[in-house]
Design a binder for this molecule. Structure first.
Ligand code: CTP
Ligand code: CA
Length: 236
């Protein structure tokens, strides 16, 4: 209720959105995870459905309370846990999608081994060392493989400025590195981004040039991003 009534400009389009944060098992009872709330991805799925799209949400460890309204709105929700599961679900859905938006916070690393039994403390023994290996870059793979002709591939990047560069400089470098058609760069830190209500996003193209700036609620950011995406979609 409230807000603008969006045009059904995504009618007939199939879109895939990943949301949430992946969890990498350490042993049967533990995982490595992150603090992504999943709310931006949920807002993207909601906004796309409201604009007429056929939406698949690949939900990484999202609470049912967050996804149930989407199911009500006709969104297909595929629950996943680890990055490997997310990758499989996203790629499967992407084979028939016009747009894929990777809003999920994907774990960069996973434990190289996952014992089948719980890791125990042993008196007098040093703590275990968890060796990590790098996960596949799902977004970069999608940008490389182009699983469906004409598909628009979109990434998200939460950045902080540091000694090596500003938020925008880091975003630019990432946009060029990933090869996605669009990269939504979100400044985090100081209460912005992760878990916060309001958002500020700069949308870059594959060359790293700014194509849009969107601010406001996660839903407003979502609609701003879909506006940018529709400009990239070829005529049906
Ligand atoms: N991403 C992905 N697979 C990964 C890591 C990231 O698909 N293994 C996607 C995210 O879903 C997001 C985009 O890549 O859309 C940017 O994620 P980010 O963590 O900012 O980029 P990284 O390449 O992992 O770089 P960094 O070292 O800054 O974390
Ligand atoms: Ca990362």
């Amino acid at each position: 209720a409230g807000g603008r009534q969006p045009a059904p400009d995504l009618a007939g389009r199939r879109v895939v959105v990943s949301a949430g944060g992946t969890r990498e098992p350490v042993d049967p009872v533990r995982f490595l995870g992150n603090r992504s709330s999943g709310r931006q991805g949920v807002a993207l799925a909601e906004a796309a459905a409201a604009r007429g799209a056929q939406v698949t949400l690949v939900a990484a460890n999202l609470e049912t309370a967050l996804t149930a309204p989407l199911v009500e709105a006709g969104v297909r929700v595929v629950d996943v846990g680890s990055t490997a599961e997310l990758r499989t679900a996203v790629r499967e859905a992407a084979t028939a999608a016009d747009v894929v938006v990777m809003a999920a916070a994907v774990a960069d690393f996973r434990p190289s081994r996952t014992p089948g039994a719980k890791i125990k403390k042993t008196q007098g023994e040093p703590p275990p060392v968890i060796e990590l290996v790098e996960n596949p870059d799902v977004l970069a793979e999608l940008a490389r493989d182009r699983l469906s002709p004409g598909q628009v591939v979109v990434g998200f990047a939460a950045e902080t400025g540091d000694a090596a560069g500003s938020v925008l400089e880091h975003g630019r470098a990432k946009a060029r590195r990933k090869g996605a058609d669009l990269l939504a760069v979100n400044a985090v830190g100081d209460g912005r981004g992760f878990g916060a209500v309001d958002n500020e996003v700069t949308v870059l193209d594959a060359a790293g040039d700014v194509v849009a700036e969107v601010a406001g609620s996660k839903r407003q950011v979502a609609d701003g991003l879909w506006d940018a995406v529709t400009k990239h979609l070829s005529v049906m």
